[in-house]
Write a protein that binds this ligand. Structure first.
Ligand SMILES: *[C@@H]1O[C@H](CO)[C@@H](O)[C@H](O)[C@H]1NC(C)=O
Ligand SMILES: *[C@@H]1O[C@H](CO)[C@@H](O)[C@H](O)[C@H]1NC(C)=O
Ligand SMILES: *[C@@H]1O[C@H](CO)[C@@H](O)[C@H](O)[C@H]1NC(C)=O
Length: 371
């Protein structure tokens, strides 16, 4: 009796331990086992490594403090590296060069290309503007990125084309901006909800396009819990405690993101049935983010400033739409590694690193690399 109680307590406590401690991969190079020849990325500012700033050199992402932890600003919307950099590193591949970067065209490497453009939407600009939603950052949407990809595969060396089958395709995160702009243009709840199936359909079409180009392993990331982001926390400040969850994130916005994610997951399931020869994996950015939120302290984040941007002009969330990070004189916190949010919209390198570790762990078995 006594022993069984002890055993029981031990099992319970280790189970408890297992549940609380983030499942961090100690084998961060695990994607190397997949033997990917290249990685191709579609998406927005979560993954852009230089497309927007080539198109618009005056973008604030082209200047310090963006990239302050790198040798120079690269167009990455963070103080340093992004999730895609850690994914490439895990696959033992070089960091992805931006499609528009003249240096890439010159070097003509074959280990992957990044088509993501900060500010990009899943739906074409015309479709959004018909709903009175304007993309204020870039004219390049997912369809433009898919055209670039098509051009790239048709003009790259024979080897590149041959290696598409052994490459990893990241279709997203994309769609987050469709919602960001819609919120900015004060769309009603009904209009917001109606947008979701359209955005998910655009992502589905993109997955089918890359499969058409020859992709055999595709990751389709979902949206973040945007109700935890300073940009939204500062914009919507309901006077009702019931509007916040236990992490002081906005419940309504998180359930909106979950609604998108649920539809996207269902779509991924449908695609798996329709394309049995292709491995399609949902990338759970929502859970990856929540896992760092839940384990913030043990990961070295300052729990008192979790909902404050590191780079910003003060206020409850250190964020103001009127003067954002990158504007002249906007200060940077002295300890970016202790912050989850970099500029109120994007995360710090440290947060992206932890998210990428969670994600790599989660997707690796699903990619069935030995199959
Ligand atoms: C980024 O730079 C800051 C300030 O110099 C430093 O404290 C921090 O450790 C750096 N973080 C990383 C991930 O390199
Ligand atoms: C949206 O609403 C806010 C607050 O009412 C207002 O300040 C802002 O100008 C509106 N934006 C647009 C694009 O109509
Ligand atoms: C917020 O903004 C102030 C300047 O207003 C800055 O000094 C500070 O480091 C920022 N970060 C945090 C976490 O408050």
């Amino acid at each position: 009796m006594a022993t069984s109680n002890v055993v029981c307590a031990f099992v319970l406590s280790s189970l408890f331990h297992f549940l609380l401690v983030p499942v961090l991969s100690h084998d961060v190079d695990v994607l190397q086992k997949c033997g990917f020849k290249a990685i191709y990325q579609l998406g927005d500012s979560i993954a852009d490594t230089g497309n927007l700033i080539t198109e618009n050199p005056l973008s604030r992402y082209a200047w310090f403090p963006y990239g302050m932890n790198l040798s120079k600003p690269t167009g990455r919307c963070s103080n340093g590296l992004l999730m895609i950099d850690y994914i490439a590193r895990s696959a033992k591949l070089p960091y992805l060069d931006a499609f528009l970067n003249p240096a890439r065209i010159f070097s003509g490497g074959c280990s992957g290309v990044n088509f993501a453009v900060a500010g990009s939407t899943a739906l074409p600009a015309e479709v959004l503007s018909s709903k009175n939603i304007l993309n204020i950052v870039t004219k390049e949407s997912l369809s433009a990125q898919l055209e670039w990809m098509f051009t790239y595969f048709n003009t790259c060396s024979k080897d590149c084309a041959k290696e598409i089958k052994s490459s990893l395709f990241m279709v997203g995160e994309i769609g987050g901006n469709d919602y960001n702009y819609a919120f900015l243009f004060n769309k009603s709840n009904e209009e917001m909800k109606a947008l979701v199936p359209e955005v998910v359909k655009a992502i589905k079409d993109a997955v089918e396009k890359v499969i058409g180009y020859g992709a055999r392993r595709v990751v389709v990331p979902g949206n973040f819990p945007i109700g935890c982001f300073p940009i939204y926390l500062s914009q919507f400040q309901p006077n009702d405690a019931a509007a916040y969850d236990e992490f002081h994130c906005l419940k309504g916005l998180n359930s909106f993101a979950s609604y998108h994610n649920e539809l996207l997951k269902q779509t991924v399931e449908g695609l798996k049935t329709n394309y049995p020869d292709v491995i399609i994996v949902y990338g759970d950015y929502y859970k990856a983010f929540m896992s760092i939120y839940q384990n913030a302290q043990s990961l070295g984040f300052d729990t008192k400033t979790m909902q404050k941007a590191c780079c910003g002009t003060g206020g409850d969330h250190n964020f103001s739409l009127r003067r954002m990070c990158g504007a002249l004189g906007v200060p940077v916190c002295p300890n970016p590694d202790q912050h989850i949010s970099w500029d109120g919209i994007h995360l710090t390198q440290k947060a992206y690193q932890h998210m990428a570790e969670w994600l790599i762990n989660d997707i690796f078995p699903k990619l069935q690399c030995s199959a």
